[in-house]
Design a protein around this ligand. Structure first.
Ligand code: SF4
Length: 256
């Protein structure tokens, strides 16, 4: 093969990569639009829409999102961050997970300090926030009453997470914010098509803990206390503790 032909081959290779990149990006966008129309869980649909209609006095002038929240971030993310569910007046209002609430303030400041975000705040969908090497998704994608989704709602929502993660390139570790997210991520990992044949939920179930690491399947899980106000106001989760987990995730994922 001549040098010219080899050059053409490389060009076709890069063209193919660009096509695949566009295809996956479009597939993620299509999936997000389908997800946003989901009404599979009657209790959550009723709640998310009621909150959006009634609104909190402080946000009375805003139009709430009031729909499911797809994940967001860097499609090439090596670090997947799994949260619990959208907050009624946070993500359910702004239309982006962890955006516009105190938990998000705590999380995004840490993501910025640890090199995953281009800015330390997250207040609106169009606030310019960009994630690098990280993707954030909720285990349950609709706001639940009292922040408590049921196990059945978790399982109903799992296929959305599976479809989304399968369109990401290269997840190397999942940071699970709280025990509910840990349980959901165990199920997610077992359900992925690249999971080893016959992969099932490990028994006994690996216990969640802050800093717990469970290595199996396509990628390990790393536990972290949820940045809820209950945890951050009481000092159960400090900035340093969250930074430490995210830096460890960077290390496990092979990021500089
Ligand atoms: S929680 Fe998930 S499955 Fe249930 S309605 Fe919302 S998006 Fe659909």
């Amino acid at each position: 093969m001549s040098e010219e032909q080899r050059g053409e081959g490389r060009g076709e290779g890069r063209g193919g990569e660009r096509d695949e990149e566009r295809r996956r990006g479009a597939a993620l966008a299509t999936l997000a639009r389908r997800n946003e129309r989901c009404r599979r869980c009657p209790r959550l649909v009723e709640w998310r829409e009621r909150v959006a209609r009634e609104r909190r006095a402080a946000f009375a002038g805003e139009r709430y999102w009031g729909r499911p929240l797809a994940g967001f971030g860097d499609r090439h993310a090596r670090v997947l961050i799994v949260g619990l569910a959208p907050a009624a007046h946070g993500g359910n209002r702004t239309g982006r997970i962890f955006t516009g609430d105190r938990s998000g303030d705590f999380l995004f400041a840490s993501l910025w300090r640890t090199g995953f975000a281009n800015q330390p705040t997250s207040v609106r969908r169009d606030d310019g926030l960009r994630l690098r090497d990280a993707w954030i998704a909720a285990a349950v994608r609709c706001a639940p009453p009292a922040n408590r989704p049921t196990p059945q709602e978790r399982d109903s929502c799992l296929p959305w997470s599976v479809a989304e993660v399968e369109l990401l390139d290269d997840v190397r570790v999942a940071v699970c914010l709280g025990s509910f997210a840990w349980d959901a991520a165990l199920r997610l990992r077992a359900a992925l098509s690249q999971a080893p044949a016959g992969a099932a939920l490990p028994r006994p179930r690996p216990r969640f803990g802050h800093g717990a690491l469970h290595e199996a399947g396509p990628f390990p899980l790393l536990g972290c206390f949820h940045p809820s106000q209950q945890n951050t106001f009481t000092g159960r989760l400090t900035e340093a503790m969250l930074d430490e987990v995210l830096l460890r995730a960077r290390q496990i994922a092979g990021l500089a």
